[in-house]
Design a protein around this ligand. Sequence first.
Ligand SMILES: NC(=O)c1ccc[n+]([C@@H]2O[C@H](COP(=O)([O-])OP(=O)(O)OC[C@H]3O[C@@H](n4cnc5c(N)ncnc54)[C@H](OP(=O)(O)O)[C@@H]3O)[C@@H](O)[C@H]2O)c1
Length: 264
Amino acid sequence: MSIRKFSLALAAAAVLSGPLCASELVLVAGASGRTGSAAMRLLREQGFAVRATTTNRDRAIERHGDQWDWIELDVRDREAVFAAMQDVDYLICAIGTRSLIGGNGPEFVDYRGVVNLVDAAVEAGVRHFAVVTSAAAGPYRERSRMIIFARARHWKTMGENHLKRSGLAYTVVGPSGLREEPANGGEPLRVMARADYDTGAVAIADVAMLAVDALANPDARNRSYAVIRDESAAVGAWREMLKTIRPDSETEEAPDHPLMPDPE
Ligand SMILES: NC(=O)c1ccc[n+]([C@@H]2O[C@H](COP(=O)([O-])OP(=O)(O)OC[C@H]3O[C@@H](n4cnc5c(N)ncnc54)[C@H](OP(=O)(O)O)[C@@H]3O)[C@@H](O)[C@H]2O)c1
C-alpha cells in the first residue's frame, strides 16, 4: 500500500469504527510500556500488523496478553535491532529508560538504542519513524533545573539529532507530563513548537494517537513538537495547530556537545 493509501486508511479509520485491512508492518519499540502499548492497540484497531518489542516477553504477556507478536529486544544490542527490523514498514519508538544512571541509563537506551533503531530503519527502508521523547528535549532542554532530568533529556536530544540527520521521514512527538487518565484520550490538545513549551500534562492515549497519526500525516513529517492537554482548545483542533509547526530544517538545531558530564 502506498503512503497515500495508508494515509487515507488512517483517515478513514478515524471516521469509521470498524477495522481496516492493511498489510503494513509497524514495529513498536517499547510496546510493553505505557505509550507503546496504547499505540499498538490503536494500530491493531486500524488493521495494521504490529511487531511488539519488550525486554521481557513473560512480563509483557502478563501485562498485555499473548495476542501480540512479542519479540524480546534490547535496543542496546545493535545486531538484534537490525534483525528485528526485517520487513518493517513503519516504526513507532516509545522506549525510555527508568534508570537515570548505569548501563540501562539514558545514554545507552534513549541515545545509543535510538541510534541502533534509526540505523536499522534506514537499512530496512522504513517509511516513517515516529519517536516519542519529551516536550522538554530538543534545543530547548536547558530549562530543566534538575540535573538528572536535564541529562536524560540531553541523551534524548542526541537520539533525536541522529534521527533528524538519517534521511528517514520522521516525527518527534514531545509529551509533557504523562497521565494515565483518561484511558481513551480524546482530550482537547495543544501542539506547539518546543520553543513555546512551558509546562503541562497529557494523556498517554493521546500521545499514542499522535504517534500513530504521524506515520502518514504530511503535516507531522520532519517536525518536532510538544503536546499538552489544553481545556481552551477544541477537541481535534490540534490538527490545524500542527500545520503551523515549521519543519525542523527551518528551526534551531540542538548542539551535539554534552550539556554536562555524566557522573563518575
Ligand atoms: N513519564 C513522563 O511523564 C514522561 C513525560 C514526557 C516524556 N516521557 C517519555 O515518553 C516515552 C514513553 O514513556 P512511557 O511512560 O510510556 O514509558 P514506559 O512505560 O516507562 O516504558 C518504557 C519502555 O521502554 C522499554 N525499554 C527500556 N529499556 C529498554 C532497552 N534497553 N531495550 C529495549 N526497550 C527498553 C521498556 O521495555 P520493557 O518494559 O519490556 O523492559 C518499555 O517498553 C519515554 O521516552 C519517556 O521518557 C515520559
